[in-house]
Structures are given as structure tokens and as C-alpha cells.
Design a binder for this molecule. Structure first.
Ligand SMILES: Nc1nc2c(ncn2[C@@H]2O[C@H](COP(=O)(O)OP(=O)(O)OP(=O)(O)O)[C@@H](O)[C@H]2O)c(=O)[nH]1
Length: 599
């Protein structure tokens, strides 16, 4: 038996922007992990894109040594969690490695839905949750009100919540003191056979697959032969270590600790997240409970603007999936757009991030089709099939029942904005589940069609509540719905990549708005462009983009050459994200016009 009493494994649960990264950076600074200069950038958000958007996506960990006032030095393993609603599944993964979690709440803002959902996950997983009130330096900080909210909305005791300002550093040492006092030390047997849980795996260009693990029992060191339980494969360990936050090799990783393992594994599927590791001579060690597999919620087709880029696109996707197990794709061909891929995403933010990475890191110009959710169909022949693309919808006469995914949305909103939130939920075909007044906030739960939620619900919710409402949601069930396919015709030809699955009740309306929106988005060409919406064989709406009368260059009549060239170049740049469909040029925005139908 060896002593694990000096170890603390914890995560930080916080709603987006409540200060999780800032607080973590303070911890690193106070525990001497980095020099001032290295602290410049927020170290935990390591991907460029993450930093730009200011959100945390990938779970990472940091090991720090804290000398507490009791004279002992504690090993603090901080496991980072993402804050956005698209990435909630990664939170439960990080929490599985911890004994406790800090619930960081912005003392000016109060409790928001995301913190509630993540906090429940932590409590369900048996973690000690320790409330922290952050941003106490702000004049609008109201600690008593926020404590009250923590007790009423989340239901945990907040009497002893520590108040701090991650920005100024005030109270941060109190947070650390309390952390070592209330978060339990891990338990485990160092002399037992190795049993370690893979929390995350990612692909590093130099090191290959790196896995973040939590060792439950035993120890692991360089040279060990490690067995991946689910694949049955054995690999030799090249190195083990921790992030402090720089990647640092250590002699071993022991029961209770969190760190990385590199073992010459070629791709992340060889070290699946949630899997159990043991040594090759103790193959009978039990599997640890893993994680719920994440399923994509939203599918969209992505097509290269230039068909020459198809192979590069395939390669880029292969590389991206090395680091993103949630990303799924399969080839798709479209009459209008040619060859591309149908890609599954966790949500719209995930979709935007992937699209941006493909364009930025791999220099691809892509057209994205309107995102859709997965529908469940019962066919007349008794078969159940799942459809993730309007173009794959079988002939309506062969379908017995069409079912759409329904989510349970949990919304927290201050009373004065409740009315507009309810109006929005009704507009989105929501059915109220319950409503509770909790202090100055209201918690309202709605069952909503996922198709209405994934597109622009979050943005609409923020705008109708002036930014005060917050949202969390999860899949609930499939439910019969009166659905149909809405086709879009351009100059009389059906464009498969523009088809949509819509609710029959508002199909006419959607069709009308959609052709109007597209008319604004499709640039004028040398001829009239007719845009039509059709249900079955019947045209339900039509608009026309009138032909361009004059040549644009005519404007430069008599002008100098450089001006002319500039104009041509401008046109070329504008064309980048256009796709020639038949003889009509359609810009990216027109493919996504459906996202703008409601706003
Ligand atoms: N005034 C004040 N601002 C703070 C404090 N802590 C964080 N902030 C600011 O709040 C904003 C969000 O902080 P982050 O640490 O990035 O928030 P986060 O919770 O990590 O957000 P995600 O990484 O997006 O989940 C930043 O602009 C911080 O500078 C604080 O104690 N006081």
C-alpha cells in the first residue's frame, strides 16, 4: 500500500466565458509551471482556432505541485473540459478521471444552463463539487444572489463557496487551499495489476498517438508491454509523463495519477477513448466502464469547389479524423455538386470548426450543403432505416412512418425574458415539459424537434433574451411527424444538393421564404434565373433573379488598365466559393439559405 493522499484530480465546470481558462492559468502561474513569457498565451487552449474563438474544445490536462499552508506539497492534476453545448460529451470523459470538480460561476452573471448540466453529470459520477464565485472584481458581482442560485437551481450547498477574481488573482490561493481540503484523494493499489482508463487520444505529427490516461491501479513505465483491452493488441511503451503544462517525461505513472502514454500506436482507433489499458502479462484485468459513444447529430455534404481537389479533400479528412473521433464521413455524390463527402457533426459549431480547419489548414475551397438531422423511417416492408440526407429519402409511397428526433431542452432565463423564450419555443414546434421559478431565474424545459434546435435556435434564443438565456439539450426520442421533401429547382432543374426534409405544416411557408432568400443570394447572371420550390410534383413558390443588363467592365469605360484588372480580380475572389450548377453560378450562402429562413 502506498500513499495517494497528496494527489488531487479535478476538473473545472463552468459556463462558457465564466473564467475557467483564466483561473487555470492562474493555478499554473502560482504553482510555477511556466515563466511569465510562456504564460502570455492562454496555454490550455492550444489550437489556434480555439484561441481565436475563445472556446475550449479538446480535453487536456496539467499536473502542478502546490505547497499548501499545512506544509504538504500536493500533486494537482487538472483535467480541462470544453464549455460549449456541442461538446458536452467530452465533459463526462474528463470527469471520469477526477474525484472532484470546481464549479466556477461568474458572480455577475449567475448560474447558466451549461453549468447546471455539467454539474449534474459530475454529481452523477460521484464527484465532490466545490462552488467558486469568480469575477468578484466586477462592480456587478453579487455573491449572495449567485450563492442563492447555486443552491436553488443546482441544489448544492454554497455557504462555503470561495470568492475570487481569476483576473486579478484575488482569492485564488483560497481556492487552492479549499480544493486540497475538500476534494478527496484518489484510491487505488499501486501493487495491483495495471488498470488505466483512456480519457483522450490524439495524433501528434512527431509522436504519433498520444493518450491521456487515468491510472486506477498499478503502475506503467517506459518499456512496458501494454495491452489495449478492446483491440487485444500489445504495444511497447515509448514514454510516459505529464503536462506541466509542457509535455514532460516521468519515470512512471502510478495509481491515482493522470498523464500521457506514447506506445507507437499508429492511429487513434488503436487507442480508443474510454478503453482500458493493462499489461500484456495481466490480460484478465477487468474493463473499466467506458463512455457513451458520441453520435453525430447533424449531417451535411461538403464538396470541393474544384473537382481536382477531391483527393486532397479525402486526405485532409483522414488526417482530421486522427484527432477527432467524433467526426464521421462517407463519400457522397451529387448531380449538382459532383463528388464530396457526407460528414456527421456534433452540432453547428463543430461543423463550422471543421469547415474552417479544412479551408485554413488544408487550403481547400469547399461548398457545404444545408445541415440535416437523422430521421428514422419505418418502411412498408417492415424495415427501419435511418436517413441523414434529403437526397437519400426513399419514395414517399414506400414509407409507413417518418419519425424525427426530439430533444429535451433545458433553458434558464431571467423572468423578464420568459415570454419571448416561450414564444420562440412555440414557433419551433416545442411542447412544454415543465417550468419552475428558481429565485430570479426560471427553468423551463421543452421537448423540441432537433431539426429546429440544431440550426439557429441557440442564436435566436440569445437574441430574444438579450443574451441572458442559456441552453442545454440532449436527444430524447424519435417521434412520428408529418414530414416531406422540399425540392428546389433552378431554371427548371431539380438541384439535389438544395433539397430539404421539412414539416408538412410549414412546408409552403418555408418554400416561399427560401426562394426569396435565395433570390437575394444568387448573383445576377447574363440570363434570368428562375428559382422554384416544389413539394412532390407541385411548384409552391417561385422567384426570379433578373438578368444582368450591362457588362460590369462597361463601368470602367475609358478607365485605366489597373483599375480594370482590380475589378476582374475582385470578381475572381468573389467567385471562390461558388459552384457552377448547370449554367448557373450558386454561391455558398445560397446552399445555406435555410439557416436564414427564420431570422
Ligand atoms: N473582470 C474579470 N474578468 C475575468 C475574470 N476571469 C476571467 N475573466 C474574463 O472573462 C473572459 C472569459 O474568460 P475565460 O477564462 O476565457 O473563460 P472560459 O470559461 O475559459 O471560457 P471557455 O474557454 O470559452 O469555456 C475573458 O475575457 C477573461 O479575461 C475575473 O475574475 N474578472
Amino acid at each position: 500500500m502506498s500513499d495517494l493522499s497528496h494527489i488531487r484530480n479535478f476538473s473545472i465546470i463552468a459556463h462558457i466565458d465564466h473564467g475557467k481558462s483564466t483561473l487555470a492559468d492562474r493555478f499554473i502561474q502560482m504553482c510555477g509551471g511556466l515563466t511569465e513569457r510562456e504564460m502570455n498565451a492562454q496555454v490550455l487552449d492550444s489550437m489556434d482556432l480555439e484561441r481565436e474563438r475563445g472556446i475550449t474544445i479538446k480535453a487536456h490536462s496539467v499536473t502542478l505541485y502546490y505547497k499548501a499552508k499545512d506544509g504538504n506539497t500536493y500533486q494537482l492534476n487538472f483535467i480541462d473540459t470544453p464549455g460549449h453545448v456541442d461538446f458536452t460529451y467530452e465533459v463526462s470523459r474528463s470527469l471520469a478521471a477526477c474525484e472532484g470538480a470546481l464549479l466556477v460561476v461568474d458572480a455577475g452573471q449567475g448560474v447558466e444552463a451549461q453549468s447546471v448540466a455539467n454539474c449534474y453529470t459530475a454529481i452523477e459520477q460521484g464527484l465532490e463539487v466545490m462552488p467558486v464565485l469568480n469575477k468578484m472584481d466586477l462592480p456587478q458581482a453579487d455573491p449572495d444572489k449567485v450563492k442563492d442560485e447555486i443552491e436553488h437551481i443546482i441544489g448544492i450547498d454554497a455557504t462555503d463557496a470561495v470568492a475570487c477574481s481569476a483576473k486579478s488573482g484575488m482569492g485564488v490561493d483560497d481556492v487552492l487551499e479549499r480544493l486540497v481540503a475538500v476534494i478527496p484523494a484518489p484510491t487505488g493499489e499501486i501493487d495491483a495489476p495495471l488498470q488505466a482508463l483512456i480519457i483522450d487520444s490524439w495524433f501528434d505529427n512527431y509522436l504519433g498517438v498520444v493518450s491521456l490516461v487515468r491510472v486506477r491501479h498499478g503502475r506503467i513505465k517506459k518499456g512496458d508491454k501494454v495491452l489495449v483491452k478492446s483491440t487485444g493488441k500489445v504495444h511497447q511503451v515509448d514514454s510516459v509523463g505529464v503536462f506541466n503544462p509542457k509535455h514532460t517525461s516521468t519515470a512512471d505513472l502510478k495509481a491515482g495519477e493522470v498523464g500521457f502514454i506514447i506506445a507507437g500506436i499508429k492511429d487513434i482507433h488503436g487507442a480508443p477513448v474510454g478503453d482500458t489499458l493493462t499489461l500484456s502479462n495481466t490480460p484478465d484485468v477487468e474493463m473499466l466502464p467506458g463512455f457513451k459513444r458520441v453520435k453525430p447529430q447533424v449531417y451535411a455534404g461538403l464538396f470541393p469547389v474544384s473537382s481536382d481537389d477531391f483527393e486532397d479533400f479525402r486526405e485532409a479528412l483522414q488526417k482530421l479524423t486522427l484527432n477527432d473521433a467524433a467526426l464521421q464521413y462517407e463519400p457522397e455524390s451529387s448531380d449538382a455538386l459532383g463528388f464530396g463527402f457526407r460528414i456527421g457533426f456534433l452540432g453547428m459549431l463543430h461543423m463550422e470548426i471543421i469547415q474552417e480547419r479544412l479551408e485554413r489548414e488544408y487550403d481547400l475551397d469547399l461548398i457545404t450543403t444545408a445541415p440535416t438531422v437523422v430521421y428514422e423511417l419505418l418502411l412498408k416492408n417492415g424495415e427501419t432505416v435511418y436517413v441523414d440526407s434529403p437526397s437519400k429519402l426513399p419514395d414517399l409511397s414506400s414509407i409507413e412512418d417518418m419519425r424525427e428526433p426530439i430533444v429535451r431542452a433545458n433553458i434558464l432565463v431571467p423572468q423578464e425574458h420568459l415570454g419571448s423564450v416561450i414564444t420562440l419555443c412555440i414557433e419551433k414546434r416545442g411542447v412544454q415539459h415543465d417550468l419552475q421559478f428558481l429565485g430570479s431565474q426560471v427553468q423551463v424545459r421543452y421537448d423540441l424537434p432537433m431539426s429546429e434546435v440544431v440550426l439557429d435556435f441557440f442564436d435566436r434564443l440569445k437574441s430574444v433574451s438579450r443574451g441572458y438565456a442559456s441552453l442545454d439539450y440532449s436527444f430524447e426520442r424519435f417521434q412520428s411527424a408529418n414530414l416531406t421533401r422540399l425540392d428546389i429547382l433552378i431554371n427548371g432543374d431539380k438541384v439535389d444538393a438544395l433539397a430539404l426534409i421539412v414539416h408538412r405544416d410549414n412546408a409552403h411557408y418555408k418554400g416561399r421564404i427560401l426562394v426569396e432568400k435565395m433570390k437575394e443570394l444568387i448573383p445576377r447572371q447574363m440570363f434570368d434565373v428562375a428559382i422554384q420550390a416544389a413539394l412532390g410534383g407541385q411548384i409552391v413558390a417561385r422567384s426570379t433573379v433578373k438578368a444582368l443588363r450591362k457588362n460590369v467592365l462597361a463601368k470602367c469605360y475609358g478607365g485605366d488598365v489597373s483599375r480594370k484588372r482590380k475589378l476582374l480580380e475582385k470578381q475572381k475572389a468573389g467567385k471562390k466559393r461558388m459552384k457552377q450548377v448547370g449554367n448557373v453560378e450558386i454561391p455558398q450562402e445560397a446552399f445555406l439559405a435555410v439557416l436564414k429562413v427564420d431570422s
